[in-house]
Every structure is written in structure tokens, then in C-alpha cells.
Design a protein around this ligand. Structure first.
Ligand SMILES: Cc1cc2nc3c(=O)[nH]c(=O)nc-3n(C[C@H](O)[C@H](O)[C@H](O)COP(=O)(O)O)c2cc1C
Ligand SMILES: C=C(O[C@@H]1CC(C(=O)O)=C[C@@H](OP(=O)(O)O)[C@H]1O)C(=O)O
Length: 392
């Protein structure tokens, strides 16, 4: 059995919660490992005022003692600072007489591109706040917290990840593809936005400013690279065991993501097979390896041992200051959507989310394949697999 996690929490409710279950006992885990990732998710040019209100830090409320996992479920909580402005609007208790006027009026105007209308119809909510509170990407805070635990597990068994922004609003970062993983990791330590030419980063910022000035928003492409996965994780034997499929689903599940590529991805459609597949070689030190990595670390739904390279496309933020036309569900009248507060670009934050979504799937795949209730035995099993695969 693998790991699992649940998240709960509304964007303007008191807190976000995650429960992570299925981790072996005895794994070192520090709160600072999680908080470091939460703070990375909050950075990035183009975010709205909400990010100035929140200073995301987690609290571990179960499953860890004196810096080690216990094998019991790990529960984490992140408090929403903004909650204090929303206590009446978001309270769990029924409203008292006369209180209705105090709370903000119902949200009845659906934003194109958001979950508002479909969610309202599906769940029968006449107040779309009941939809937007949970469909908000605020939830990605605790996905990152759960992913940070996964990242810690991966790092302890020799798997490292890096995430970076490939393009924003059509402006490409043009990071040198031959750059080493370690150099890319160093370069993106403080920000996933790093461009071959630093002036390009300024161009990206200018494009975000321009979009904002026009009441618009822009999207982009992010890339996650994971290095050090052992060979043969995942499986070809059944569709739902294919690890590349699980990773694609994980990326697509992030708010506003519209496409996924592994390796050269869509480019493979335009190239002959001889320029797509990677030649196989062996040497004493590395064991089996590929001379190139155009397939991004996967053959047959299983890891090849080469770096996993996965990209995701984030659409522009749907809440726009320049209104798009929509319909009010109370009056059925058309209206031009207006907004109080929103991000104009969240691609850098989304890169950090993508990294953690990938980390979760990779850690889970390792747990499924090499599980032990004791972390040490689990890590030893992975070491043995590496030796076995090298000599095979
Ligand atoms: C980090 C991050 C921040 C986001 N910020 C906003 C925002 O401020 N306003 C907004 O309308 N959408 C924002 N989104 C996107 C919406 O959450 C998303 O478009 C919406 O939930 C509908 O889901 P879908 O786009 O996947 O169909 C953000 C997404 C991410 C990943
Ligand atoms: C709160 C976060 O992102 C939010 C995601 C979001 C949306 O609609 O997805 C809308 C905005 O929320 P608000 O309306 O409160 O400003 C963003 O700030 C976060 O990333 O932590």
C-alpha cells in the first residue's frame, strides 16, 4: 500500500489542514524543511495583495516526535492570517437573526475560467462563495506542505528535484539545456525564475506589469526535473500503475494547468524515431544509461534512471480586472465581471507547486515498491535495487 494525503480548508477559513498517511517510522523530519518550501511558494513577481497578508508557516500537530516520523498519520496545519477579516462571512455557525446584512452579499456572478458556475450548478450553491473558497489555489499551500515531506523522503534516498520557469507570457527563459542539474538547483534556490540572460527576467516582469496595467493576466510554462530515481519504478503491466501517467495527472490537477509534456513531449510528433528514442549504454560506474534523455526519464511507464523531465502549461489567471462578459445567476442578466483582488501572474509559485506535486508521486511510487514500516529498511531496499540494476 502506498501513501495518501487529504487536504481540507477554505481560502478564507481559519486554516488549511493536511493529513499524510503511510510514511515509514524513523524518518528525520524538521518543521523548517516544510516552512522553507512554503515560503518559496509565496514568492514571485505578479502576485496580488493576499500574499502580503499571509506568511505561511506550518504547525505539525501529530505523527512526528523529536524530529522523527512515528509511522502514525502526520497532520499539518497552516493558519490563514486573512481569516480575521472573514470570520463573519466564513463562520461555521448558522447566522443569527439580522446578521445576514452584516455578511457580504452572495456571490452570484460567475467568473469565466474559474470553477464558479460549474461548481454552483453541480453542488446546488446559489452563493458561489461556497465554490470559490475551495476551488481557490490557496489549497496548494498544504499540497506543498505534503510534498515537502515527500521531498525530504526523496532526498534521504538520493532523489533531488528542481523546478524552474520555462516561459512567462511567451517570453522564454532560455536556460542552457546543457547546464548541470546542480548548477540549475543552485541558480533557482531563491527563485524558480532564472533566465540565461538576466535582462529577460526584467522583460518578464515588464510583461506582467503590462498585463496588470491592461487589467489582464498572463500564464506560462514550468519545468520540474527529478534526478536520482532508481530504474524500474512504476510499471507497464497495467494502465494505472504507469508512473508517467500519475505524474501527468498530478500536474494537471494543479489549478490553472492545461497541458503536460514529458521529455521533448509534443516535439516528438514532429521528429523521426531516430531523433526521439535514446540509445542505451552501460558502464561500470553508472550501470545502464541512455546517451540522451529525450524521453524524459520514462519508457513503458517506468523510470529509466535518467532524470525525469516534466513540463506543465499554466493558463493566465482567470480573474481579470478587464472584465469578460458573464451571467448573473440571480437575474440571468449579462454583466461585465469586476474584481477586488487577484494575482496577475502566479507562474513562479506554480513551479514550486508542480515540484511538490511531482515529489509526492515519486515518493509514493518508491513507498509502493520498496515499503517497510521502518525508514532505514526502506532506504536499504532502494540501495539494493540500485546495485542490482547496475549489475543486471
Ligand atoms: C499559485 C496559484 C495562484 C492562483 N491565483 C489565482 C488568482 O489570484 N485569481 C484567480 O482567479 N485564479 C488564480 N489561480 C487559478 C485558479 O485557481 C484556477 O484557474 C481555478 O481554480 C479554476 O481551475 P482551472 O483553471 O484548473 O480550470 C491561481 C492558481 C495557482 C496555481
Ligand atoms: C491565497 C492564495 O492564492 C489565491 C488563489 C486564488 C484563486 O482563485 O485560485 C485567488 C486569490 O485569493 P484571494 O481572493 O484571497 O486574493 C489568490 O491570492 C495562495 O496562493 O496562497
Amino acid at each position: 500500500m502506498g501513501m495518501r494525503y487529504l487536504t481540507a480548508g477554505e481560502s478564507h477559513g481559519p486554516q488549511l489542514t493536511t493529513i499524510v498517511e503511510g510514511l515509514p517510522a524513523g524518518m528525520p523530519l524538521l518543521l523548517e524543511d516544510i516552512n522553507k518550501e512554503l515560503s518559496r511558494r509565496q514568492k514571485g513577481y505578479g502576485r496580488g495583495r493576499r500574499m502580503q497578508i499571509e506568511k505561511d508557516t506550518a504547525q505539525i500537530v501529530s505523527g512526528v516526535r523529536h524530529g522523527y516520523t512515528l509511522g502514525s498519520p502526520i497532520a499539518l496545519v497552516v493558519h490563514n492570517n486573512d481569516w480575521k477579516h472573514w470570520t463573519n462571512i466564513m463562520g461555521a455557525e448558522p447566522l443569527e437573526e439580522g446578521q445576514e446584512d452584516e455578511v457580504k452579499r452572495k456571490v452570484t456572478r460567475a467568473r469565466p475560467g474559474h470553477a464558479d458556475l460549474n461548481g454552483a450548478i453541480k453542488y446546488g450553491h446559489r452563493d458561489m462563495r461556497n465554490v470559490l473558497e475551495r476551488s481557490s489555489a490557496r489549497e496548494t499551500t498544504v499540497r506543498v506542505a505534503a510534498g515537502a515531506i515527500a521531498k525530504q523522503l526523496l532526498s534521504l534516498v538520493g532523489v533531488e528535484l528542481v523546478a524552474h520557469v520555462v516561459e512567462i507570457g511567451g517570453i522564454k527563459a532560455n536556460v542552457d539545456p546543457s547546464m548541470s542539474f546542480e548548477a540549475l538547483k543552485d541558480m533557482t534556490e531563491n527563485s524558480p525564475v532564472r533566465c540565461a540572460d538576466p535582462t529577460v527576467e526584467e522583460d518578464m516582469k515588464a510583461a506582467i506589469d503590462e498585463a496588470k496595467k491592461n487589467g489582464d493576466s498572463i500564464g506560462g510554462v514550468v519545468e520540474v526535473i527529478a534526478k536520482g530515481m532508481p530504474v524500474g519504478v512504476g510499471s507497464y503491466v497495467h494502465y494505472d500503475r504507469k508512473l508517467d501517467g500519475k505524474l501527468a495527472a498530478a500536474i494537471m490537477s494543479i489549478n490553472a494547468f492545461k497541458g503536460v509534456e514529458i521529455g521533448i513531449g509534443f516535439e516528438a510528433a514532429r521528429k523521426p524515431g531516430s531523433e526521439v528514442h535514446d540509445e542505451i549504454a552501460w558502464d561500470q560506474e553508472k550501470g545502464y544509461y541512455r546517451k540522451s534523455n529525450r524521453l524524459g526519464g520514462f519508457e513503458g511507464g517506468m523510470t529509466t534512471g535518467m532524470p525525469i523531465v516534466i513540463r506543465g502549461v499554466m493558463k493566465p489567471i482567470p480573474t481579470l480586472y478587464k472584465p469578460l462578459m458573464s451571467v448573473d445567476i440571480e437575474t440571468k442578466e449579462p454583466f461585465a465581471a469586476s474584481v477586488e483582488r487577484s494575482d496577475s501572474c502566479a507562474v513562479p509559485a506554480a513551479a514550486v507547486v508542480a515540484e511538490h506535486a511531482v515529489a509526492w508521486e515519486l515518493a509514493n511510487a518508491l513507498i509502493e515498491q520498496f515499503y517497510s514500516d521502518r525508514f532505514e529498511a526502506f532506504a536499504d531496499e532502494i540501495k539494493r535495487q540500485r546495485e542490482y540494476a547496475r549489475e543486471f
